[in-house]
Design a protein. Structure first.
Length: 479
């Protein structure tokens, strides 16, 4: 039997067939809602897009979330998370497979939420964000309290009323959404914002922060389980009280906060003491302090009385000193007379040695010494003057030997320019230059003639100076 002839089958290109399949899949299914487990998730791509696969027991479906869509999602994709996604089914011709472009992603039931919550709790606990050692002590009486909550709910009114009843304080409210896609970002930003306020000024940093929200389901409270909120609470330098939900509601911010309150009202009770009770306690302590001081005073008074009884009488204490004073008073006149007699005897002994003859002898010896010292001083002065005169004469002779006038006396002459500066070479003399020539017996003014640059010897015309005429000294450089 022969094979059928297929020459009449329509011919497709690969691109045409891929485009036809893409249109068929998109037209037949459009938007779909798929439930599966996330597999192969490695975080956002460098482009910002997210790629992974959805799988169940028997099949696998490729998935992609575009960058803009992923940024708006409240629940982020994580490996092994069971989710329900909604999107458009399409194909990817480059790999000849089909995939779903996800527009929304939500957890598949309460079990998935609890699983994600438990895994996130373990991760943050491993980083040390829940350690008791890093938690701060709450201030006993904060001057200002910052409250992060919805400004329209009953929570803020409950907190304000409770603070008013117990101990009125200055309250600053940072309004945020406590539910929805943007709630986590707003709460984290509020915590950072309170910490960024200055310590002084019209809007100063609060001493305590309360993060509060009323009760709700796990989905309603999910914003307080987000990592950004937990990390912001753990990084807060201001002590923070978590008051999210009712007493049975547990969120991750409760573990990172410095103190957890079961309700927002309880948070206000933890934040401040009762003013009336505090005043009563202070009054009681004041009364006890006064009573203690009085008892202590009475005890010291009794001890003083007992000690005073053990002391001897005043007359007994002064009896011995009185007797000693009387005895000293009786011996004082005799001691004064004896002392005066001793000094008189000593003075008489000294006066006997001071006779006129002895004084005259001592004066003569002092005079002789003075005359001898005077003669020695005159001789020393004359010797010193003679030495100084000799050194002065030697210095004068040396000065005369070094003086240029001695050289002039031997027949030399000193030539100066009109400014009085010595000329040391013929090259420095120009034609017509006025010169001053000094000999050993006087000076002569002259004028240079010729070009000294080409002729080493110039002729000088003498000028009259010092009463000399034209027939006086004559030409200095004449041949």
């Amino acid at each position: 039997m022969s094979e059928p002839v297929l020459n009449n089958v329509v011919e497709w290109t690969v691109s045409e067939l891929s485009a036809a399949l893409k249109r068929t899949v998109e037209d037949a299914y459009g938007f779909v809602r798929v439930r599966g487990e996330i597999s192969g998730f490695k975080g956002p791509h460098s482009s910002g897009h997210v790629y992974f696969a959805l799988k169940d027991e028997n099949a696998c479906l490729q998935a992609v979330i575009w960058k803009g869509t992923y940024g708006r999602m409240r629940v982020k994709a994580e490996e092994g998370l069971e989710v329900i996604v909604t999107g458009r089914l399409t194909t990817y011709p480059g790999r000849s497979n089909y995939q779903i472009v996800i527009d929304s992603l939500e957890l598949a039931g309460i079990g998935a939420l609890m699983k994600l919550l438990e895994e996130r709790k373990k991760k943050l606990a491993a980083e040390g964000l829940f350690d008791e050692a890093r938690k701060q002590l709450l201030p006993f009486l904060p001057a200002a309290i910052g409250v992060i909550t919805s400004p329209t709910g009953a929570v803020i009114r409950d907190i304000l009323h409770r603070l008013e009843d117990r101990f009125p304080r200055h309250v600053m409210v940072w309004p945020v959404r406590v539910q929805g896609d943007t709630a986590a970002k707003e709460v984290a930003a509020a915590i950072h914002g309170f910490n960024a306020l200055p310590e002084s000024g019209p809007l100063r940093r609060p001493d305590l922060i309360i993060v509060a929200r009323g009760g709700g389901s796990l989905e309603d409270l999910w914003a307080f389980n987000e990592e950004m909120v937990v990390r912001a609470a753990a990084a807060s330098m201001i002590p923070l009280i978590s008051a999210v939900g009712h007493e049975t509601d547990i969120t991750l911010i409760d573990f990172a906060a410095d103190r957890r309150a079961p309700t927002p009202t309880a948070a206000a009770e933890i934040a401040v003491p009762v003013r009336a009770e505090l005043m009563s306690t202070l009054s009681d302590l004041g009364s006890r302090k006064l009573a203690c001081w009085r008892r202590n005073l009475d005890r010291h008074r009794k001890e003083l009385n007992l000690l005073s009884r053990a002391l001897p009488a005043l007359d007994e204490l002064l009896a011995v000193p009185r007797q000693r004073l009387d005895a000293c008073a009786g011996r004082l006149p005799r001691a004064l007379r004896a002392n005066a007699q001793i000094h008189h005897t000593h003075l008489t002994r000294v006066a006997s040695r001071l006779s006129p003859r002895l004084l005259s002898h001592r004066i003569d010896r002092c005079k002789e010494h003075t005359l001898a010292f005077g003669d020695r001083a005159q001789r020393a002065f004359r010797i010193s003057i003679a030495g100084r005169i000799q050194r002065l004469r030697s210095a004068g002779q040396l000065l005369t030997a070094y003086s240029y006038r001695g050289v002039l006396a031997r027949g030399f002459a000193l030539v100066r320019d009109s400014g009085g500066h010595p000329l040391r070479s013929s090259a420095a003399v120009e034609g017509g230059m006025r010169l001053d020539i000094e000999f050993g017996d006087g000076r002569v003014a002259a004028t240079a003639d010729g070009e000294p640059a080409s002729k080493p010897v110039s002729r000088v015309k003498p000028r009259e100076r010092g009463g000399q005429g034209s027939g006086g000294q004559g030409s200095l450089f004449g041949s």
